[in-house]
Design a protein around this ligand. Structure first.
Ligand SMILES: [Zn+2]
Length: 347
């Protein structure tokens, strides 16, 4: 059994880089942490009709694999182009991932959805192109639950500072909490991504997110994001929103988050805490719910940056303090199937 020529070449390149990194690592024995291989287009054939994948391994030696994913999922990728295949060896099992891609042409937006993410809530505000806020939804995040599991892990590690890796029961307990964190974050980000994309599709909206890469360390939001959990969960939520949006041919735009939670959306003055989760502007008297104010600022940033007629002096219909409560309530008829940590927010 001989390897195909380009396989031999790839194996050589991979081995070479392992040796190189081991050398730069002080000459310690190289460890292969991940066993995965990219399969070239010429080395496999994907037959979606019969749900079979044929891998050409060695010269004249083929392996037929049955795709175990659902027929429905296969149908989804018909018409996309398949560009890569990765074989992975993990925990004694082989896994094959098939990658597809597709070029999308985004729809011309008729409305704008501004998304504010913070520790407690995901706030979704729908605006018309001339600045009228016409729909507001708010969902609690599972950050609190994730944090609880994280604290448990830290507590266990603290109790067994040196030995936790080696005692099976202790390690298992840590793994269990880690598993919970993984499931909670995965379920939540998928659901919220799907919900936002569905809403945006219904109103043919462009989706506006804050660009997390542009968060400066002294930024108020950056401090809040990093305070307890770090950025990974926010990134994950954003990834799902973008993914679900692209699937529906919707455009996603990221704006610089600077000032979105500290500047007055009416006069750009500095906002101060007026009462719990309510901000006020001393300069113009604006008072608004913290999350809603952030969405107003996110919307404004998008309009002033991307509107074709420059920055129109949009008169925002900022909710008055008395309107806050009604405006805050998530619309029951559109609420997503409720799970334990995704109930509409009501204050
Ligand atoms: Zn103001």
């Amino acid at each position: 059994m001989g390897f195909r020529a380009h396989h031999a070449k790839e194996i050589y390149v991979y081995a070479n880089s392992s040796v190189g990194s081991a050398r730069s690592n002080g000459g310690r024995k190289p460890v292969l942490r991940r066993l995965s291989a990219r399969i070239d287009k010429y080395d496999y054939r994907l037959d979606l009709d019969n749900m079979v994948l044929i891998l050409k391994l060695h010269s004249d030696y083929e392996v037929k694999l049955r795709l175990i994913t659902s027929r429905k999922r296969i149908e989804k990728f018909r018409g996309w182009s398949n560009y890569e295949l990765v074989v992975k060896y993990e925990d004694g099992e082989f896994w094959v991932s098939v990658y597809f891609r597709r070029t999308i042409k985004p729809l011309k937006p008729k409305t704008v959805v501004a998304i504010d993410l913070n520790f407690d809530n995901v706030t979704i505000a729908l605006f018309t192109l001339n600045g009228r806020l016409f729909r507001l939804k708010r969902f609690k995040t599972p950050h609190g639950k994730i944090l609880t599991h994280k604290i448990w892990i830290e507590r266990i590690q603290k109790n067994y500072p040196r030995s936790w890796r080696f005692i099976k029961g202790v390690r298992k307990a840590i793994e269990k909490h880690g598993e919970r964190i993984k499931n909670i974050s995965r379920d939540y980000s998928h659901k919220i991504g799907d919900l936002i994309a569905e809403l945006a599709l219904k109103y043919q909206s462009v989706i506006i997110l804050e660009d997390l890469d542009e968060l400066k360390e002294n930024n108020k939001k950056s401090r809040e994001f990093n305070k307890k959990l770090g950025l990974w969960f926010y990134r994950r939520i954003q990834f799902c929103i973008e993914y679900e949006a692209r699937e529906r041919n919707l455009e996603v735009v990221k704006i610089n988050p600077k000032g979105t939670s500290s500047k007055c959306p009416r006069c750009s003055g500095k906002l101060v805490e007026y009462k719990y989760r309510v901000l006020g502007c001393k300069k113009c008297g604006f008072i608004g719910d913290r999350d809603v104010t952030a969405t107003l600022n996110i919307y404004r940033k998008y309009i002033s940056k991307y509107s074709r007629c420059g920055a129109p002096g949009v008169a925002l219909n900022t909710p008055k303090p008395s309107e806050n409560t009604s405006g805050m309530r998530g619309n029951q008829d559109e609420a997503m199937p409720t799970s334990s940590y995704m109930n509409s927010y009501e204050s």
